[in-house]
Design a protein around this ligand. Structure first.
Ligand code: NAD
Length: 368
C-alpha cells in the first residue's frame, strides 16, 4: 500500500468542462492506498458532484489548499502562473501541457523542482496505450464533430422513406482517418450517411472500409507521406496539387466535410482551398477539427462559425470538452495509469531512462 497524496484542482481555462479524475477513478486510487483531495466544484461542469467524490473516499478542499503538500497534481489543462505557484515543491504534475506551452508557467514549475509529465507526449506504443489521452480525447472529438455538423446541416444524414417522399442520404467526407477521423466515420455511418474518407496514409484504407466507408483518392498521392511512428508528414507541392485535384470532386459532392488532418509538430495541412469551398453546394457544412492548429480548410477560424457563399465552416475549439463526462472518464483512466506507472512499492520512482517517462517529461531548456 502507498500513502501518496494526489490533488485534483478545478480546471480554470475558459470553457474547459473536463476534470482530471472522475469519482470512480478517484475511488480506485483511494482503494489502491492513495490519498485523493479534490477541489470543491472541480467535477461540476462534467456532472461529477462533490458528494460523489466524498462517497468514493476523496477529501474536498478549496482552491488555495487543494495542492498543499500533494505529491502529485493531476490536471487536464496546464496551470496558470498563479496555479503553478501553488504546486508543492518537488511534486509531480501530470497534465496536457500543449497547446499552451507557456514558458512562464514552466519556469515557475521548474523553479519549484516540479517534475512535469505532459499527457500530449505519451508515446504511441502498445505498452502506453491505456495512457494515451491524445487518442481518447481525439475519439471524443471525432464523434462530436459529426454531431456538430449534423446540427448545422439543413438536411437529414440518413435516407428516409416517408409518406412525404423519399429523402436521399447525405454524403459525408472525412479527411484524415487517424483516431478522430475513424470515430467520425463510424459515427456518420451509425447516423446513416454515405461516408467517404481520405488519408495520406494508404494503410488506413482497410480500416476505413471495415467501417462501411469508401476510401477515396488513394492513388493520387504517393504512399511515402508517412514518417516515423506511423504519423503523416508534410506533402510536397506537387503531391499537394495532386491531392487537391483528386479531392476536388469529392469535396464538391459532399454535404458535410469533417477535416481532422494533423502533422505532429507542424501547422495542420491545408487540404480544402478557397476554390474548393466555392465549389461546394449551398447548405453544405465543413467542420474543421484542425482549426486550432492552423486549419485544414480555407476560411476556418478557431472557435468561430463562418458562412461563405452558403457554405458553413465551423472551427470548433476544445471539442472533447463538449462531452465532458465521458471525456473526463477516459482521461481519468489515462492519467491514473500514468500515476500508477510511476509508483513502485509505495513510492514515486521517476526512472529517467524509462521510455515512457523520458518521452513525457518536460525538462527545462538545457536541463535534464
Ligand atoms: P494525427 O492527429 O496526427 O493526424 C490525423 C490524421 O491526419 C492522420 O491519420 C494523418 O495521416 C492524417 N493526415 C495528415 N496529413 C494529411 C493530409 N494532407 N491529407 C489527409 N490526411 C492527412 O493522427 P492520430 O489520429 O493521432 O494518429 C496517427 C497515427 O498514430 C495513426 O497511425 C494511428 O493509428 C497511430 N496511433 C497509434 C497508437 C498506438 O499504437 N498506441 C495510438 C494512437 C494512434
Amino acid at each position: 500500500m502507498t500513502s501518496i497524496s494526489v490533488a485534483v484542482p478545478r480546471e480554470t481555462a475558459p470553457g474547459e468542462q473536463r476534470v482530471a479524475l472522475v469519482p470512480d477513478a478517484a475511488g480506485r486510487l483511494v482503494k489502491a492506498g492513495f490519498t485523493v483531495t479534490v477541489e470543491r466544484g472541480a467535477g461540476a461542469a462534467a456532472f461529477c458532484p462533490d458528494e460523489a467524490y466524498q462517497a468514493a473516499g476523496a477529501r474536498l478542499a478549496d482552491a488555495a489548499t487543494v495542492c498543499a503538500g500533494a505529491q502529485v497534481v493531476l490536471r487536464v489543462r496546464p496551470p496558470s502562473p498563479a496555479e503553478a505557484a501553488l504546486v508543492a515543491e518537488g511534486a509531480v504534475l501530470i497534465a496536457f501541457l500543449q497547446p499552451v506551452r507557456d514558458a512562464e508557467v514552466l519556469a515557475i514549475l521548474h523553479q519549484r523542482r516540479v517534475t512535469v509529465l505532459s499527457m500530449d507526449r505519451v508515446p504511441r506504443t502498445t505498452k502506453a496505450q491505456s495512457m494515451d489521452a491524445l487518442s481518447s480525447q481525439a475519439g471524443v472529438a471525432g464523434y462530436e464533430a459529426v454531431l456538430i455538423g449534423a446540427g448545422a446541416l439543413p438536411k437529414f444524414l440518413p435516407m428516409l422513406v416517408t409518406a412525404a417522399g423519399t429523402l436521399a442520404p447525405s454524403t459525408v467526407l472525412v479527411l484524415g482517418a487517424g483516431v478522430a477521423g475513424l470515430q467520425a466515420i463510424a459515427t456518420a455511418r451509425r447516423l446513416g450517411a454515405n461516408v467517404r474518407a481520405y488519408d495520406v496514409r494508404p494503410e488506413v484504407k482497410e480500416e476505413v472500409e471495415s467501417l462501411g466507408a469508401t476510401f477515396v483518392a488513394a492513388e493520387a498521392v504517393a504512399a511515402d507521406a508517412r514518417a516515423d511512428q506511423g504519423y503523416a508528414k508534410e506533402l510536397g507541392e506537387e503531391q499537394q496539387r495532386r491531392q487537391e485535384a483528386a479531392l476536388a470532386k469529392h469535396v464538391a459532392e459532399a454535404d458535410l466535410v469533417i477535416t481532422t488532418a494533423q502533422i505532429p509538430g507542424r501547422p495542420a495541412p491545408r487540404i480544402i482551398s478557397e476554390a474548393m469551398v466555392a465549389s461546394m453546394k449551398p447548405g453544405a457544412v465543413v467542420v474543421d477539427l484542425a482549426a486550432e492548429s492552423g486549419g485544414n480548410c480555407a476560411g476556418s477560424r478557431p472557435g468561430e462559425t463562418v458562412v461563405q457563399g452558403g457554405v458553413t465552416i465551423i472551427g470548433p475549439a476544445n471539442v472533447a470538452s463538449r462531452m465532458p463526462l465521458h471525456a473526463s472518464q477516459m482521461y481519468a483512466r489515462n492519467v491514473s495509469t500514468v500515476l500508477q506507472y510511476i509508483v513502485k512499492d509505495g513510492a514515486i520512482v521517476m526512472d529517467a531512462e524509462d521510455v515512457i517517462v523520458k518521452a513525457m517529461r518536460v525538462v527545462p531548456e538545457g536541463g535534464r
